[in-house]
Design a protein around this ligand. Structure first.
Ligand code: UDP
Length: 240
């Protein structure tokens, strides 16, 4: 991998929706297997990968609490548990794809998976294992984008790859504006000056302060993670 990618260790952030079935069911095993094969390919080529997956395919605390029957903190607890379900599914698929993966949760669930701690996570990564970071930050009122940036900074990752529905950061919404232009490279400050949405505000602020690069690309192409990280697929790099 090192001959084709500038990165040694990357945190890959997947939204929960990346695991969902075309009919909306929360989990789609063929999609899960394809994602796992893709990530396993990069790992076998020598890249160290930490993975954060969201829970939006199951539940989002802000959304469910807006309906009024549950408070936000409890709704967010449901969301964090959804990320654990997604993480265990990804761990299973990665192991089936031939790479060792282990889930570490920020919310302690010792009968189900390891609890996240930085030193053991670094040790797993150094051994070439994929660390699947579940439970977000472990706190309500945050998102898994913030968890991704936080863990990437803690675990000394070279970049966060945010795998999304679109192949980069655009000057306007490409779905509604045909004149929207995709940026290849931007600085954090340029993204702020141009009012471009790269991640949620808290996550982006932490990335900027930590001088952490963010790569935004599409999860939809085959082997998209490997293709983005080796520069074969279009993406936007947001750099310090
Ligand atoms: N969540 C939380 N704290 C965190 C991360 C996530 O409370 O640090 C909850 C929150 O309710 C969030 C849900 O988990 O809506 C799922 O995460 P997210 O919305 O980031 O998932 P994605 O949109 O990436 O699928």
């Amino acid at each position: 991998m090192s001959e084709t990618t500038p990165f040694r260790r990357v945190l890959v952030k997947l939204s929960g929706e990346a695991l969902a079935a075309p009919d909306g069911y929360w989990l789609h095993p063929p999609t899960l297997a394809a994602l796992a094969e893709d990530i396993a390919g990069s790992v076998k080529a020598g890249l160290q990968i930490a993975l954060v997956v969201g829970g939006g395919n199951v539940i989002r605390g802000a959304r469910v609490s807006a309906a009024g029957w549950i408070d936000r903190a409890t709704g967010d607890s449901l969301g964090m548990m959804a990320t654990v379900m997604n993480s265990l599914a990804l761990e299973t698929a990665l192991n089936a794809a031939g790479v060792a993966a282990r889930t570490m949760s920020a919310v302690s669930m010792p009968t189900i998976c390891e609890t996240y701690a930085r030193q053991p996570a670094l040790h797993h990564l150094d051994k070439g294992q994929v660390v699947v970071l579940a439970g977000g930050t472990g706190n309500p009122f945050f998102t898994t984008d913030t968890a991704a940036v936080l863990r990437a900074a803690e675990l000394r990752c070279d970049a966060v790859l945010k795998a999304t529905q679109v192949d980069g950061v655009y000057s306007a919404d490409p779905k509604t504006n045909p004149d929207a232009v995709r940026y290849d490279r931007l600085t954090h400050d340029e993204a702020i000056a141009r009012d471009l949405k790269v991640m949620d505000t808290a996550a982006f602020a932490l990335a900027r302060e930590s001088r952490l690069s963010i790569v935004v690309g599409s999860v939809h192409a085959p082997s998209s993670v490997t293709a983005i990280l080796t520069g074969r697929a279009p993406a936007t790099q947001v750099v310090p």
